[in-house]
Design a protein. Structure first.
Length: 148
């Protein structure tokens, strides 16, 4: 059975806790109340915003000061040349593997040095691709005068 005095005491205790909580919630709105922590949060947001703007400005300055930036890497240039010559992914992959087999410091050299695609100078695993590499060479270097 429920004791009426116990439940009445619990209700009074609950009401006093709620009253205390409600009065503390309003302290930030009253003059002379306890200071809120929103000023620290505002300062933090201001600092993060300022850092973001500074980093953005530095990035824009770096792009103007050093044109090309990350796009100047040999790998990206190789991919761009493959796209410019409309090479399929399998032809591009073959050229990339050939550049690695030839231990070229820059795979773009395959687009500049026609002799790299000749059948005679190919490493052993690539000799079976002679016809395909000859067709790629004719496509890449069409219109160039034959070297002596």
């Amino acid at each position: 059975m429920i004791d009426p005095q116990t439940t009445q005491g619990a209700m009074l205790l609950g009401q006093s806790s709620l009253n205390e909580l409600a009065s503390r919630m309003g302290d930030g709105f009253r003059p002379g109340g306890t200071p809120s922590h929103s000023s620290g949060l505002s300062l933090g947001l201001l600092i993060v915003t300022a850092l973001t703007i500074v980093l953005w400005l530095l990035g824009r300055w770096a792009n103007r000061a050093f044109p090309g930036g990350a796009n100047a890497s040999p790998g990206r240039l190789f991919l761009r040349l493959c796209r410019a010559h409309r090479l399929g992914w399998s032809d591009g992959w073959l050229l990339w593997r050939l550049a690695r087999a030839l231990r070229l410091d820059c795979p773009v050299r395959l687009f500049l040095e026609p002799h790299r695609l000749d059948g005679d100078g190919l490493p052993e695993p690539f000799r079976r691709h002679r016809a395909r590499l000859a067709a790629l060479s004719a496509r890449l270097f069409a219109g160039l005068a034959a070297a002596p």
